[in-house]
Design a protein around this ligand. Structure first.
Ligand code: KQY
Length: 364
């Protein structure tokens, strides 16, 4: 039986490893809700299958599905993907799923953060979110790993770590009044240190323009290795993303990581604006309490929302002239892994991308 630990990972000698550390498997959740995914979620399911197929060429993958979708998902996914019933409200494993932590003896545990659908009743993206909030606990049981329940509302996409003591996040998200209004910035930093085992938090300001998560860091910047950060960028000074990326660039330039290193920044030019077409918006059911989709709205498209798996990197692509330069730049920066593009417009139309729908389970 798995235990609920009443201490915290740092006190017990556990820490969150970097995404590039070896994985046992990847976890995903299957999309189906028709008030977020257009046309009965069929195009999104095809896109998720492509992501799952790409990852499962590098490492094992488990797809969690609601009971009513088991047969459909099982039929669409390749046989090497394990499909398990895992009730959920929507398909964002990065955010409602666990953060795994490891110790020096090869033990693995997980952190089960409080999940409130990106803002609860103050701008959250759907209601209810009770099934999502149980996902990490169920993964703990499925995998037989002990669990910490953190006293913090937090989504996995709002943090990145370098595995050497540094955590990257944004003020727009973690200091938002719809997450943890009862805690000061210092208290939030302390919880981040206690539950991920880092010793240094680097704060960016805002996330990507129009990101409905309130600026998750995993769409704007991520570590490629200790000391090297990839940042979404635009050369267009009139683009609303420009001042946001410029501010992030300046903050990163001034920051030291946990080891006292200056951070090097690799700019990855963003795709051209991705705008919701009228026929795309029309395909989404309008439901009270769920974030509506408006034709003409700009989605938060970014190449930074890629996912590292054993020997690979799965990169969102948008049928855009910037796709190949982004892939080639990342490939050059990570020569020991294969950077593979997957079409990601349908995932983006749901509000996130490849990194948001995946969660790594590290090897001990
Ligand atoms: O991490 C993400 N980008 C998830 C966004 C959730 C969107 C729900 N419509």
């Amino acid at each position: 039986m798995t235990q609920l630990c009443n201490s915290n990972p740092r006190a017990d000698g556990f820490h969150m490893p970097s995404e590039w550390a070896a994985h046992t498997r990847t976890w995903m959740l299957w999309p189906e809700r028709t008030d977020n995914w257009r046309l009965g979620a069929k195009p999104a399911q095809k896109a998720y299958v492509a992501v799952a197929e790409a990852i499962s060429r590098f490492e094992p993958l488990t797809m969690g599905v609601n009971q009513g979708q088991f047969q459909n998902a099982r039929g669409l996914l390749p046989p090497q993907v394990r499909v398990v019933e895992l009730s959920n409200n929507d398909a964002w494993m990065r955010d409602c799923g666990p953060t795994f932590v490891v110790n020096g003896s090869g033990e693995v545990r997980l952190v089960d953060w409080v999940f409130n659908a990106w803002g609860g009743l103050k701008g959250g993206l759907y209601f209810p979110w009770d099934l999502d909030d149980l996902v990490a606990r169920k993964v703990a049981d499925l995998e037989g790993v002990d669990r910490y329940r953190a006293p913090l509302v937090l989504e996995g996409g709002s943090i990145h770590v370098d595995g050497e003591g540094t955590l990257l996040t944004t003020e727009e998200c973690l200091l938002n009044e719809n997450r943890n209004p009862e805690f000061t910035k210092e208290e939030i930093e302390q919880y981040l240190m206690d539950y991920t085992g880092v010793s240094k938090v680097v704060w960016l300001g805002a996330g990507v323009y129009n990101d409905e998560t309130n600026g998750h860091v995993d769409n704007i910047a991520c570590f490629l290795r200790p000391g090297l950060v990839a940042l979404t960028w635009t050369d267009d000074h009139n683009d609303p993303q420009y001042p946001i990326s410029k501010d992030a660039f300046e903050r990163l330039g001034k920051a030291l990581d946990a080891k006292g290193r200056r951070l090097e920044v690799l700019k990855i030019h963003q795709p051209d604006p991705v705008i919701i077409a009228a026929e795309e918006a029309d395909g989404v059911d309008a439901v009270d309490g769920t974030q509506p989709r408006q034709p003409g709205a700009r989605m938060a498209a970014s190449y930074i929302n890629f996912y590292l798996c054993n020997g690979g990197a799965i990169l969102p692509t948008f049928n855009d002239p910037h796709d190949e330069p982004a892939r080639a730049t990342l490939q050059k920066a990570m020569p020991d892994r294969k950077v593979v593009g997957v079409p990601a417009r349908e995932i983006l139309l749901g509000g996130g991308n490849v990194h948001c729908i995946t969660q790594q389970q590290p090897k001990g």
